[in-house]
Each structure stands twice: as structure tokens, then as C-alpha cells.
Design a protein around this ligand. Structure first.
Ligand SMILES: CC(=O)SCCNC(=O)CCNC(=O)[C@H](O)C(C)(C)COP(=O)(O)OP(=O)(O)OC[C@H]1O[C@@H](n2cnc3c(N)ncnc32)[C@H](O)[C@@H]1OP(=O)(O)O
Length: 413
């Protein structure tokens, strides 16, 4: 049997990689422009190939991301296009590609890896766990949106989607500073991932509509990106992809706008943060309905000390964490995590390896769940997933991990 080799997929093999991807995802080879946009994505990514001789039997691509974490940002691999030939399933090809990815992350000083799953059962074994969560929210738009606060009455403006990115980038950046789990966007990302003319999953969806709120000449105080679609019975829906606002009043005005679009009797926002102010200032929660909760970004701490020192903490902490990690053995260690306030009032951590008795024992997967502040370690103790050796240690870690706003990810890749 020919040995499997994990190496970079050269540009010359990218079309072969796409054919493998379409085969694996049971898709007919797409139209030329979709294929071209997939090729463009792969060319922007780091590409791990599993080769049996000259035959490509596995593909894993990784975006070079800059991910917001509490108090800053860290480089992260954004894993996508994972595909193993049906003839080579369950022979360790994915495991080999992930191991190669983690080696590359270590070589390049990338402490985090992240992804959106196709099936929840696949990635936990590799140390990933959901670090952000979202709600899908539906608004009954057959009547005006009932609000408990007074919306900002500054004017709304529709921007051409192709030139909207520079206008809304500052507001997106501000939102990214407020919440961990968000990806930095350059021109390419805005154009191909956020504001492409056609919506790949549904070609009946309109091009993106971008509406900003604010006085002319001022940077927008908020914006909404949505697409519209009308069903066979002529009922329209506004699909909100993103809505960011500097204040609840601005958010209220933008939600009121989306619920007032003529011929659309429903607003559907697929991925809202769990602490979205809309859910509080809506006057009628029968009109604004949470229809689904789902895990968003799955995270993996590839370099535990770099990840723990790369975020700020919201309270002083001095704990010994015993971390297990079957996938990246150099991570498996006892760490003393000490966070003290710095001159600016943020708590920066020092992380040292130690032989001291642990306060908590947890797998790197559980650390990923808690890392951005979205999961309370005490909840994982109660679930039997984290072992607490000193009573109260999980609560202390929880207090220090917490962030003012819940982590949230808007970019699915
Ligand atoms: C981020 C993304 O791109 S998500 C998209 C993921 N891709 C897909 O779903 C496409 C269709 N599926 C595939 O291409 C493949 O089946 C993959 C990538 C899911 C798995 O690849 P394989 O090479 O078969 O995985 P590999 O042999 O390394 O399996 C490792 C372990 O994961 C388990 N596993 C693999 N796939 C699955 C699954 N779908 N559900 C549950 N367990 C799984 C294996 O049983 C194995 O477990 P073990 O270590 O206890 O024996």
C-alpha cells in the first residue's frame, strides 16, 4: 500500500482539489463562476493535501484569520473545505490532515484553529468545541415592529453593495472590538464572503442590500445587510445577514426598518448573539421569536500558553490548570494562570508550567469552550467534564473569563 503523504496542494492541483470537494459533498460540478469563486477561496487559503502517490485523496484548507479575543486579536487558522475521498474514509486521512495543520500552526506561531462544522460529531475528538453560539430570530413583519424604546430618527440611506464596505468597515471594526469570536475583514473578505452579488446557497435570493443610519457626511451609527426573496405564493422575506449599531436606539431603528419593507411579511435573521438587545427592547416577544439556537465557531487551542496570555481577563486569578491534550502533546501540562491588573485596568495573564497540585483538571476541548467567555467552567464541572479539586476554582476561572458582551461570530466560512 502506498504511504499517505501530507503536503501543500500546489496551484496546479487546485482544480483537482475542487473536483474532490464536489464529489465528497455530493454536488454536481457547479457553473463556471461558482467554481471560479471556490478556486479563488482555495488560492487564498493554506492548503493541506493528503496524497497517495500522485493521487489527491484528502483536502483541508485554512484561511489565515485574525480573530477577536477578549481584549485583543490573535491569529487563527479558519479550517474549511474538509473533504476525504469516499474510497478512503475512516483510514485516518482527516486525522493526518489535522495533525499537519497543527504542525503548521505551531511553526507559524498561530495559537488557535477554528471552524464551522458540517456534523457536530466530527471535531470534538480533535480538541475543538463551540466557543460562540447564535440564535435564529424571526420577526412577524405583517404589522409595525413593537418597540419599548424610542428609535434613533436620523436618516437611513441605501448604499450600492459593491462600494459599501469602506463605509461600514469602521462600525464593523467597533463591533469586533466589543465581541470576541469575530474575524477581521479585508477588501477580499468583504467582497467574496460578505457582499457577493449572488448568494451561493440560494440563487433566488436578491443581491445584498446595505442600509446605513446616520447624518450625511458622518460615519454611520449603524448598518444592516440583508437580502430578499419571494416565495411561490408571493410572500416576501427579508433575510438579515448582519446588523450592527452603536446604541440600542440605532439598532431599534434598523430593526424597525427591516420589519417595514413593503411586500415582505417576515424578517429572518439567521445568526444573532444570544444577548442581542432586540430580544429585550422588542415590545411583543410573540412578534420577535427565537426559532433556533446553534453553535457557531468551534475553536481549538493549538498553543495553550500563547492563547491564555493572548487574551485579557476580567478579574484577578491565580489557578493551576491541569490540561490534557491527546492531539497536541506539548500542550498537556499543568499551568499556573496568574492574572493581575495592568496600568490600564485590564488583567493580563502570566502562564508558567508547574508541578503544583491542580485546582482544575480539564481537556483542551473544554478549555476551548470557555476560552472566549461564552461557557462557564462551573457548568462543565456540573456536567462531569471538568474536575474541580479546590471548591470554587471553576467559579473563579468563570469570573475571570467572562466578557461584558457574549462572544459571537458573524462570518461562516
Ligand atoms: C470544517 C469543514 O470543512 S466541515 C466539512 C467536513 N467534511 C464533510 O463532512 C465531507 C464528507 N465527509 C468526509 O469527507 C469525511 O468522512 C470526513 C472528513 C468527515 C472524515 O474523514 P476520515 O478520513 O474518514 O476521518 P478519519 O479516518 O481521520 O477519522 C478520525 C475519527 O473520526 C471519526 N469520524 C470521522 N468522520 C465522522 C463522522 N462523520 N461522524 C462521526 N465520527 C466521524 C472516525 O470514526 C475516527 O474515529 P476513531 O479515531 O475513533 O476511529
Amino acid at each position: 500500500m502506498t504511504a499517505m503523504e501530507y503536503r501543500t496542494i500546489p496551484e496546479a492541483d487546485v482544480q483537482t482539489a475542487l473536483d474532490l470537494h464536489y464529489l465528497v459533498f455530493l454536488e454536481k460540478a457547479p457553473e463556471d463562476d461558482t467554481r471560479e469563486s471556490h478556486r479563488d477561496v482555495l488560492l487564498h487559503c493554506d492548503r493541506v493535501g493528503a496524497y497517495e502517490g500522485d493521487d489527491l485523496v484528502g483536502l483541508l484548507a485554512a484561511h489565515p484569520l485574525d480573530l477577536s479575543v477578549p481584549g485583543g486579536t490573535l491569529p487563527a487558522a479558519g479550517v474549511t473545505f474538509v473533504s476525504v475521498a469516499p474510497t478512503h474514509r475512516r483510514r485516518g486521512v482527516l486525522s493526518g490532515m489535522i495533525a499537519e495543520l497543527f504542525r503548521r500552526c505551531a511553526d507559524r506561531g498561530v495559537p488557535l484553529a477554528s471552524l464551522w462544522v458540517s456534523e457536530a460529531a466530527i471535531y470534538g475528538r480533535f480538541g475543538f468545541d463551540p466557543a460562540t453560539h447564535s440564535y435564529t430570530v424571526t420577526i412577524d413583519a405583517t404589522h409595525p415592529l413593537d418597540l419599548r424604546i424610542t428609535p434613533d430618527e436620523r436618516p437611513l440611506r441605501l448604499l450600492p453593495f459593491a462600494s459599501a464596505a469602506p463605509v461600514i468597515t469602521p462600525r464593523h471594526e467597533a463591533a469586533r472590538r466589543d465581541r470576541a469570536g469575530r474575524v477581521a475583514r479585508d477588501d477580499w473578505w468583504w467582497r467574496t464572503q460578505v457582499l457577493p452579488e449572488t448568494f451561493e446557497e440560494d440563487d433566488e435570493m436578491s443581491e445584498p442590500r446595505v442600509v446605513v443610519l446616520g447624518d450625511p457626511g458622518e460615519p454611520p451609527a449603524g448598518y444592516v445587510v440583508y437580502r430578499t426573496k419571494t416565495d411561490d405564493e408571493g410572500r416576501g422575506t427579508a433575510h438579515v445577514e448582519e446588523l450592527e449599531a452603536e446604541s440600542p436606539e440605532v439598532a431599534a431603528a434598523l430593526w424597525r426598518y427591516t420589519a417595514s419593507i413593503d411586500l415582505a411579511d417576515k424578517v429572518r435573521a439567521w445568526g444573532r448573539p444570544l444577548d442581542d438587545p432586540l430580544l429585550r427592547f422588542a415590545g411583543d416577544r410573540d412578534q420577535v421569536d427565537v426559532t433556533r439556537e446553534f453553535p457557531g465557531l468551534w475553536l481549538r487551542l493549538v498553543d495553550v500558553p500563547a492563547a491564555l496570555t493572548g487574551r485579557t481577563w476580567s478579574a484577578p486569578v491565580d489557578l493551576v490548570l491541569e490540561v490534557t491534550d491527546a492531539g497536541v502533546p506539548r500542550n498537556a501540562s499543568r499551568y499556573r494562570l496568574t492574572a493581575k491588573p495592568d496600568a490600564g485596568g485590564a488583567h493580563r495573564a502570566e502562564v508558567t508550567r508547574t508541578d503544583d497540585a491542580p485546582d482544575l483538571t480539564l481537556d483542551v476541548r473544554e478549555l476551548a469552550a470557555c476560552y472566549l467567555g461564552g461557557t462557564d467552567p462551573a457548568e462543565l464541572v456540573r456536567a462531569g467534564l471538568v474536575e474541580e479539586h479546590r471548591p470554587g476554582a471553576a467559579a473563579l476561572l468563570g469570573q475571570a473569563s467572562r466578557t461584558e458582551l457574549l462572544p459571537h461570530t458573524t462570518d461562516e466560512f
